[in-house]
Design a protein around this ligand. Sequence first.
Ligand SMILES: Cc1cc2nc3c(=O)[nH]c(=O)nc-3n(C[C@H](O)[C@H](O)[C@H](O)COP(=O)(O)OP(=O)(O)OC[C@H]3O[C@@H](n4cnc5c(N)ncnc54)[C@H](O)[C@@H]3O)c2cc1C
Length: 260
Amino acid sequence: MARPHTVLAGGTDFYPARVGGAIEEDVLDIGGIPILRGISCVSAGWRLGATTTWSELLEADLPPLFDGLKQAAREVGGRQIQNAGTLAGNLCNASPAADGVPCLLALDAEIEIASSTATRRVRLDQFITGVRRTSLAPGELVTAIHVPKPAQEARSAFLKLGARRYLVISIAMAAATLEIAGGRVANARIAVGACSAVAQRLPALEAALRDAPLDGHLADRVERSHLASLTPIDDIRGSATYRSDSTVVLLRRLLAGFVP
Ligand SMILES: Cc1cc2nc3c(=O)[nH]c(=O)nc-3n(C[C@H](O)[C@H](O)[C@H](O)COP(=O)(O)OP(=O)(O)OC[C@H]3O[C@@H](n4cnc5c(N)ncnc54)[C@H](O)[C@@H]3O)c2cc1C
């Protein structure tokens, strides 16, 4: 039986994790496989190829549904990192602070996975199972990320808090996708990252936003109790209390940006 290989895409997480040590594992570089790259619009939504880079996402002609993911792309490292780092690499690395995860949770993304014998799809909230852990089995590869077309006109947004404005690991971040119909929120998907082992949707806040008028007062609907499922930690970047307080502020600012 073939030995398992470690997949290499842009290498921007892979190499920093191996500084000071020899690379002894077998590595499969997927960066040159054309079918894994690029964004296409299909009848059910959009297919984002696994090795699509953050820069390619930024250049793509996409509807306002993707504004939040594009905002995250602008904040993933600097230009060199955005040119090399890939969307699937960000998910497969499964860092609690991965900026793409809350945005793609708020987009209801599904992950397309292939092995030499089968392909399958799994919802993103079931794909990342813990810190640096995913549901990928040995011999499996992420081939694409699928974003479904929302039932209504939809917009998204993303905000990140770091110790400085750019080139920084998130202390907390929040992403929102709102579907709008008749001047009201028909559907809301809100996710928070860096405040639990795996980024999470906030169903209680989503319920509080449903059917709310888009009158510039959505921020008033955010309550601390909506964050009850989060488990922020104390670390060198911030205390748990600071993370919780900041998340409330981030969510309110994010929602205040949704105006008619
Ligand atoms: C200076 C610097 C700044 C950074 N800033 C940020 C930041 O602000 N925000 C942020 O979220 N991240 C940041 N990162 C992390 C990194 O750039 C991103 O997570 C990037 O998207 C990773 O993609 P990659 O293609 O480089 O992944 P790689 O390093 O190639 O791979 C990462 C992991 O995923 C696995 N993998 C990759 N692709 C696949 C696949 N298709 N199928 C299965 N497994 C796969 C690899 O085996 C590896 O374990 C930064 C990194 C650096 C070095």
